[in-house]
Design a protein around this ligand. Structure first.
Ligand code: HEC
Ligand code: HEC
Ligand code: HEC
Ligand code: HEC
Ligand code: HEC
Length: 281
């Protein structure tokens, strides 16, 4: 029953994902950008290998999703401006270039001390995330190597500390949904809710404003409360079921022993019954 439900929700999820990115995913299979650039070397070929392991590749965001152009044309014509080719963005054009899909992050970033210094020493999206080998984010992105390129690490460490508690809560809840999912429980709803809060929360970093992070952390933790309670209720139900299950196993063992005992005495009676068949004596 739960295996069936699991199967159904898995295929539904697959359907939804392929619907959302289906067109791009399909085009990606035969992308001329990939096949031509894949055969080039140096600065023209390197993006392909870097992109292959990225979070974008995993989500069917291909070369043309960022750079524009037509991936169905196998010649240089694929990169004509008439085909929507945008080329390589200049430093100050990068936030809107990425913000096409990450509008919320762009907005927070532009209002921050980093956004205000764009083009004048401040970092932009690619400074911290890279351009082609973009990975799923964690707090590890805040580290001395990356964050002391322009100023002392202290202020970076402070904001990391302010983000840590809510980040830990999110990771813990995600681990719980995964554990319950492995037991065959449908947790898609909870996973979606946590993912939405997680994205909004990771967005918050871009304000690079410790006060704002501290002020808004409570709000995020509150948004996680209903999910946390649902997951806890499921865990309690599971341990109850485990208790009932253990009871049932015990009962079954008891019945087996009892039956064995009964059969044993019945056989004995059969053997010692003089009227039953022709006994040796
Ligand atoms: C037939 C081969 C071929 C195809 C197809 C192709 N490219 Fe290119 N691409 C090149 C070459 C060669 C250059 C270098 C051109 C130059 O320097 O003038 C280039 C340059 C680029 C650049 C850098 C431009 C710059 O100003 O430095 C980007 C970005 C790019 N291609 C993306 C794409 C995308 C996206 C697609 C698919 C829509 C694509 N390419 C399809 C061969 C190709
Ligand atoms: C997530 C968006 C994104 C995707 C996907 C992406 N690029 Fe880029 N690409 C960029 C950005 C941003 C730059 C400019 C980077 C910079 O200034 O550091 C760039 C730069 C380039 C350059 C110029 C490199 C140089 O050193 O001059 C080439 C060539 C290129 N990309 C090709 C590709 C190809 C081929 C693909 C597909 C495998 C691809 N890109 C996928 C965002 C992307
Ligand atoms: C055409 C749309 C598109 C563009 C343009 C784009 N991205 Fe993405 N990006 C996505 C999608 C889809 C995902 C995967 C789903 C998600 O995590 O939101 C993603 C994921 C990410 C992640 C991981 C988020 C996480 O959950 O941890 C980062 C970081 C990221 N992108 C940065 C960038 C940067 C930097 C640029 C510009 C160089 C860029 N993106 C351009 C669509 C895009
Ligand atoms: C100073 C470094 C820095 C800059 C500049 C920066 N980011 Fe981030 N970004 C981070 C860090 C660190 C995180 C993870 C924060 C966390 O774990 O709470 C993150 C998280 C993200 C996420 C995941 C959250 C979500 O909403 O899914 C995306 C997407 C993203 N950044 C895209 C961008 C884009 C687009 C830009 C440019 C407009 C940008 N970043 C500029 C460091 C940076
Ligand atoms: C390319 C240079 C550069 C990099 C890399 C960089 N910063 Fe910054 N940062 C700046 C500039 C410029 C400012 C604004 C001027 C100032 O306060 O010094 C700033 C300001 C800040 C502030 C203070 C914001 C405020 O409102 O007072 C924090 C916090 C911060 N950065 C955190 C980080 C973190 C975390 C990282 C690494 C993920 C990072 N920075 C990487 C250039 C950089």
């Amino acid at each position: 029953m739960s295996a069936l439900r699991l199967c159904l929700s898995a295929s539904l999820l697959l359907l939804l994902t392929t619907q959302a990115y289906g067109v791009e995913g399909g085009a990606q299979e035969s992308s001329s950008c990939l096949s031509c650039h894949g055969a080039l070397t140096g600065r023209l070929g390197e993006p392909v290998a870097a992109w292959e392991g990225s979070v974008h590749a995993a989500n069917a965001i291909g070369c043309h999703s960022c750079h524009g152009g037509d991936p169905t044309i196998a010649s240089m014509e694929a990169m004509s401006p008439e085909r929507g080719f945008l080329g390589v963005p200049a430093e100050t054009e990068i936030p809107p270039f990425c913000g096409k899909c990450h509008a919320g992050v762009e907005e927070d970033y532009l209002q921050s001390a980093h956004g205000e210094t764009l083009g004048a020493g401040g970092p932009q999206c690619v400074t911290c995330h890279g351009n082609h080998a973009v990975a799923v984010t964690t707090l590890d992105l805040i580290n001395p190597e990356s964050c002391s390129r322009c100023h002392e690490y202290g202020r970076a460490e402070e904001i990391k500390g302010a983000l840590a508690e809510t980040d830990r809560l999110i990771t813990e809840l995600q681990a719980t949904t995964e554990r319950q999912h492995r037991l065959g429980i449908a947790t898609d709803d909870q996973r979606k809710q946590i993912f939405a809060v997680r994205n909004d929360f990771h967005r918050l970093f871009h304000s690079v404003d410790v006060q704002q992070v501290v002020a808004r952390s409570g709000e995020f933790q509150q948004r996680l409360q209903p999910v946390a309670q649902e997951l806890q209720a499921t865990d309690e139900e599971l341990s109850q079921r485990r208790l009932i299950g253990a009871g049932a196993v015990l009962l079954l063992a008891l019945v087996t022993v009892l039956l064995g005992f009964l059969r044993h005495t019945y056989k004995k009676e059969e053997q010692s019954d003089p009227g039953a068949g022709s006994g040796p004596l």
